[in-house]
Design a protein around this ligand. Structure first.
Ligand code: SF4
Ligand code: SF4
Length: 489
């Protein structure tokens, strides 16, 4: 399908642009309440997503002593993420990157199949705006009442309603900001500290920040976030094609539109009775009958509205429906229905990328080691010649023990005949004696290691070597490459 504008479109677009000022004052949208299938789906999504968001920080998970009992915790002080029994260390940040890539490809796939389904049903902006609109409706009434209230001069009743609405919005916004913080700290104890004024300044700052953003974005900015601030509507055009299922007005069936009197003939006219209910319920205030528009978030509420109207006037439902542009264009021309093709090159590509990234993440997860070893050689001096002529290099060795019990490791070096390994002192979080290095649970043990080679066996210049650590059973748990430097012959 060629979706490029024709010459007439370009001319009219240029004319329109020439006439449009750079700044247009927002026309406030007063969405009307509507009942129907897609409204119910949206409420289900709102309840599920808000429920998850507010409840998850309160889930407890017993990990034994010396570990937090919060099921999901991004522990910035402890520098790790706790997800039930899975612990993600800073060294494993690639898992987070992998999940973000996975989410991006999932979004691309969903968009190429079902248009802006994310925007209409799952985006936080949509979910919180739905909640704020519900509160507004309960306090100020439905569309017509709210419009009337806004037109009337200030009175005690108006001040009371407006004040109550904003107070309720602020409570929800504060709960949202608080819940966000609870993902980073222990929720129950932090809640008590917040109310006692004993929480940290950072805690109050982030609660304030997220309270303000929730209140402004969901209470005041609303559809303007989707239309002007969010880049996603611009990107998504690249993922859509004529086979994507989107909300469409069936022009071929609805036009010519016009008011209809009960009992009057339906001949020579379309099914649209121009009731404007589809416009009144739209959260972005657009008319879907004007065709695809960047403001449309694909929420489906205009489908519910028109289904209601069609029922009242006794016409078949689905004048506005989920459909593909390909099918609508065929119907427009009186041609046969074009079946939906979910399996298309772009959807197959997104699905394949999704599967590959998921497989890589799973493989990396199941192959991840519970021990990590890093070795850093001291460069100043490069080596030390002992009184008996032996050559010594020193190294800073770090062993990460991700397990929940003390681990004792035997450190060895390969590819350096005659070398002896020794350590001195205690590590920051572990202790060492000889090559038996003990690292405490969930900790990094840091050790100073000396590698000594008899004078005759010392390499000339730099020689690659490998450090290995084995557990008490003799199983190799990790290795790390380094070099040993001797005097140049
Ligand atoms: S046009 Fe319909 S689907 Fe699009 S945002 Fe408005 S109500 Fe939702
Ligand atoms: S709700 Fe249906 S009948 Fe009413 S104006 Fe919209 S498209 Fe026409």
């Amino acid at each position: 399908m060629d979706v490029r504008p024709n010459d007439d479109d370009v001319v009219s677009l240029r004319t329109a642009k020439a006439e449009l000022p750079l700044y247009v004052t927002r026309i406030k949208v007063y969405p009307r309440a509507i009942k129907g299938l897609w409204r119910r789906v949206k409420w289900a999504a709102v309840m599920l997503l808000l429920g998850l968001y507010y409840v998850v920080p309160w889930l407890r998970w017993d990990r034994g002593p010396n570990a937090p009992n919060q099921a999901i915790l991004i522990d910035l002080d402890g520098r790790r993420g706790w997800f039930f029994d899975v612990v993600i260390w800073p060294q494993e940040i690639y898992f987070v990157t992998g999940f973000l890539i996975l989410a991006a490809f999932g979004l691309f796939l969903a968009t190429s199949l079902f248009g802006r389904v994310w925007c209409g049903f799952a985006c936080p902006q949509t979910v919180w705006t739905d909640l704020f609109m519900l509160v507004e409706r309960l306090i100020e009434g439905d569309r017509n009442e709210r419009m009337r209230l806004d037109r009337t001069p200030m009175s005690a009743d108006k001040a009371m309603r407006k004040g109550l609405k904003h107070a309720a919005w602020l409570v929800i916004a504060a709960a949202t900001g608080g819940a966000w913080v609870f993902y980073y700290v222990d929720a129950p104890s932090t809640l008590v500290k917040i109310f006692r004024g004993e929480a940290s300044l950072e805690t109050y700052f982030f609660i304030g920040l997220f309270t303000a953003t929730t209140y402004i974005l969901a209470g005041w900015a609303r559809e303007q976030v989707c239309t002007y601030m969010c880049p996603w509507p611009r990107f998504q055009a690249a993922m859509l094609d004529e086979q994507s299922v989107i909300v469409t007005y069936q022009k071929w069936r609805g036009e010519p539109r016009g008011k209809h009197k009960a009992g009057a003939s339906w001949d020579s006219r379309g099914d649209c009775v121009d009731c404007s209910l589809c416009v009144a319920v739209c959260p972005t205030g657009i008319d879907i009958r004007d065709g695809q528009q960047i403001e449309c978030i694909g929420c489906g509420l205009c489908i519910d509205a028109c289904t209601q109207t069609m029922g009242k006037v006794g016409r078949a439902p689905d004048l506005i429906r989920w459909d593909t542009l390909a099918n609508q264009q065929a119907k427009d021309k009186g041609a046969d229905r074009i079946a939906w093709r979910p399996l298309r090159p772009r959807t197959l590509l997104y699905a394949a990328l999704l599967a590959i990234v998921a497989a890589v993440i799973l493989a990396a997860f199941f192959l991840r080691s519970d021990t990590e070893l890093t070795v850093q050689r001291d460069r100043s001096p490069n080596f030390v010649r002992l009184s008996n002529g032996d050559i010594r290099n020193s190294y800073a060795v770090k062993i990460l023990n991700k397990r929940r019990d003390d681990q004792r490791f035997q450190l060895a070096v390969e590819d350096l005949p005659g070398a002896t390994v020794g350590s001195v002192g205690a590590g920051i979080e572990g202790s060492g004696a000889g090559t038996g290095l003990t690292v405490h649970p969930d900790a990094v043990g840091t050790f100073r290691i000396f590698l000594t080679v008899p004078a005759g066996a010392a390499p000339s210049g730099s020689k690659p070597i490998e450090f290995t650590i084995r557990d008490a059973t003799g199983r190799q748990r990790a290795s790390h490459g380094a070099v040993f430097v001797g005097p140049t012959h």
